[in-house]
Design a binder for this molecule. Structure first.
Ligand code: G3H
Ligand code: ZN
Length: 277
């Protein structure tokens, strides 16, 4: 399989699952889960994860190599970039899908900077996602009350030329309980008015039925990060508790990687096929 493009992945699935990885074994698990489900997938590397690794290169190269070796289409995506030089570095490294996150900026500045990045990314043949109406929670405080204005969203997309838009519809980043309730009516109205795919951020906090409902209402890209960390860390805790003599990381990372792969496969079946369990 070659590296897939976001437009092809979206054309081939009712919605796409986009999973964040913070370490190699999570990226491996995401690809393995997609292969198990027989569905394409988006492998996401956030600016925060790049900072954790100290550089873009090692994690981006690993993701691109995993994508090239996968038995299903895989898109490698730079997620939540606020640093424009990181976007340029990702494009230069071969990443062909990027999110510029200017949602924290005043609207006029978000628009101007997003438009400039969209022009550069399109010149490199890449797909661009932006955000309007900040999906809160990145600092730990959940702010699910924020909503994206429909007319603002339509005008922002027309003025920037972005290929997809992250919207605030009731989810919040970094939730460890799947208890968020989405505004499906707003999703439907946004989908009818905004001519590009809509992206749901903070999907870890949304239960299966809410994810299915959001897709039926018009969401096309479902971003999931924290939930995989919950599954991974839970499995690590279990393995360590079962054997206090463990010293080799492979002994506890292997079951955690397998658990994440199973959960990615389960969630992808829900996202691409509506097969909730
Ligand atoms: O961009 C990434 C997603 O919005 C992930 O959010 O960690 O709350 O699932 P989450
Ligand atoms: Zn996000």
């Amino acid at each position: 399989m070659t590296l897939a493009t976001m437009s092809t992945l979206l054309a081939d699935h009712r919605a796409v699952g986009a999973f964040n990885f913070v370490q190699l074994e999570l990226a491996q698990a995401i690809v393995a889960g997609a292969e198990e489900a027989g569905a394409g997938v988006v492998l996401q590397l956030s600016q925060n994860a790049v900072r954790f690794h100290g550089a873009l290169g090692p994690a981006a190269s690993a993701a691109l190599q995993l994508a090239h070796g996968a038995r299903v289409p895989v898109v490698v995506h730079l997620d939540h970039a606020t640093d424009e030089t990181l976007v340029d570095a990702a494009l230069a490294a071969g990443v062909r899908s990027v999110m510029f996150d200017g949602a924290h900026l005043p609207d006029a500045e978000n628009l101007a900077r997003t438009r400039a990045i969209a022009d550069r990314a399109h010149a490199a043949g890449a797909w661009v996602e932006a955000e309007l109406g900040e999906v809160g929670g990145k600092g730990g405080a959940h702010t699910p009350g924020v909503r994206t204005d429909i007319e603002d969203a339509a005008a922002f997309v027309a003025a920037t030329g972005v290929d997809a838009l992250a919207v605030a519809v009731g989810s919040s980043h970094a939730m460890t309980e799947r208890a968020a309730s989405l505004d499906e009516d707003l999703i439907s109205r946004l989908a009818a008015r905004v001519p590009v795919p809509l992206v749901l951020h903070g999907s870890s906090g949304v239960p299966d039925a809410g994810i299915d409902g959001a897709i039926r209402a018009g969401m096309r890209k479902i971003n999931i990060g924290t939930h995989l960390n919950v599954v991974f860390t839970g499995a690590v805790r279990e393995a360590l508790a079962a054997d206090p003599a463990i010293v080799d990381p492979r002994t506890y990372v292997r079951p955690a990687r397998d658990a994440v792969a199973r959960e990615v496969a389960r969630m992808l079946r829900l996202i691409v096929g509506g097969a909730g369990e």
